[in-house]
Write a protein that binds this ligand. Structure first.
Ligand code: BGC
Length: 397
């Protein structure tokens, strides 16, 4: 049967792109990542990144040119609270100007409160998420942000991908604080949960209309054998990996946010784990092209939570921009199938608007619909930019 590629989503659907503060703003010298970079633990240092702190209007113009009605960005805690208990009105005001500029362009503001960076003073004081003392500091930061900027936020994401940041920081040791300690990992996750509840309740008391949630990194795991029992077991493992945090949050989230990049197949012969790739296609980083995964995950989210769903990141490293257009089309088509299957999908955010600082990898993985020259900061839309623009304009593939 031919798939219907018209009217893929409803009129109010959020068509978006996403970025984060440390990856784009530049000169975030006052956080743990900056220190980590200067200790030589990343392939490159973030430096001025995309200079988006100063060039936000240019970035917003690109979002507008794309035809997006939503933009996901994050706030930098170390800019907002540069010293313990001292909030920078100047930087809060700068963020307000950023959010107002988006509003002027009729672009909804999807704001992440924490996308992985901690202020240096905080790290000195409490080390990191494994220490319970971090909770009141985070709640205080959250309260300040919502008091100051709450009116200009349309959707609030408290945490980006707790599983990835804690796994990399506390099990693999490749992100700050560079630990390999399962107990500290567990403690850190518990503390994030507690902080989440504190923030959720605090915000709802004062601003009950604000929609709040998190976004989790989700992967699709497929059992490649025939046994129905093993299929069920692998579904359970996938559910635990993907949804464990959000299941613990339970009713205190207004939507389910997820980010999708990869899928794996498992079998009982070597190699046990296979990077699933449709037609053997993959990104520059060898992450498999597997659109079916996003459909499966969205349907699973519907089954488990039955809440509005936002895909808050999905994209690939593709410097030559040879696969991105097809990636966009096929992932959106897969999402349409999930929608037709009953998933209440409210928005899609492509990662990323710009090439940016890709954490431990430095600048080489290029995720941008827009290419960035990191010397001149010139932004150049890629071919796929215009493909996404057309999809949004016609609401069809
Ligand atoms: C993170 C982004 C990152 C992207 C690509 C996601 O896990 O939220 O910050 O750039 O993956 O690696």
């Amino acid at each position: 049967m031919k798939e219907n590629k018209k009217n893929i989503f409803s009129k109010n659907f959020l068509w978006g792109v996403a970025t984060s503060s440390h990856q784009t703003e530049g000169e975030n010298k006052n956080n743990d990542w900056w220190q980590w970079e200067f200790e030589g633990k990343t392939k490159e240092v973030s430096g001025t990144a995309c200079d988006s702190w100063n060039r936000f209007q240019e970035d917003h113009q690109l979002v507008q040119d794309l035809g997006c009605n939503a933009y996901r960005l994050s706030l930098e805690w170390s800019k907002i609270e540069p010293r313990k208990g001292e909030f920078s009105l100047e930087n809060l005001e700068h963020y307000r100007q950023i959010l107002l500029d988006l509003k002027k362009r009729k672009i909804k503001r999807v704001v992440t409160l924490w996308h992985w960076t901690l202020p240096l003073w905080l790290v000195k004081e409490v080390e990191g998420w494994h220490k319970e003392e971090i909770i009141p500091f985070f709640e205080n930061y959250c309260q300040k942000v919502v008091d100051f900027l709450g009116k200009e936020i349309d959707l609030l994401i408290i945490f980006n991908e707790p599983r990835i940041v804690l796994g990399h920081g506390y099990l693999k040791g490749i992100f700050p604080p560079g630990k390999k300690n399962f107990w500290q990992f567990q403690k850190a996750e518990n503390n994030m949960l507690k902080a989440y509840f504190g923030c959720y309740d605090g915000i709802k008391e004062r601003n009950s209309d604000l929609k709040i949630g998190i976004t989790q990194y989700c992967l699709h795991l497929k059992y490649l054998g025939k046994s129905k029992l093993f299929k069920k077991i692998f579904q359970k493992i996938e559910d635990w990996y993907n949804w464990n945090f959000q299941q613990k949050i339970g009713l205190k989230q207004d939507f389910i946010g997820f980010n999708y990049y990869k899928a794996f197949g498992f079998r009982f012969s070597w190699p046990f784990l296979i990077n699933l790739k449709k037609e053997n296609l993959a990104s520059d980083w060898n992450w498999g092209f597997y659109p079916l995964g996003i459909e499966k995950i969205a349907l699973r989210a519907k089954k488990i939570f039955d809440k509005p769903i936002y895909i808050l990141e999905n994209g690939l490293a593709d410097e030559k921009d040879v696969l991105r257009a097809r990636y966009l089309k096929e992932h959106l088509l897969a999402l349409k199938r999930a929608k037709d299957g009953g998933a209440d999908i409210r928005g899609y955010f492509h990662w990323s608007l710009l090439d940016n600082f890709e954490w431990a990898e430095g600048f080489w993985p290029k995720f941008g619909l827009v290419k960035v020259d990191f010397k001149t900061f010139k932004r150049t839309p890629q071919k796929s930019f215009f493909v996404y623009q057309k999809i949004i304009k016609n609401n069809s593939l």
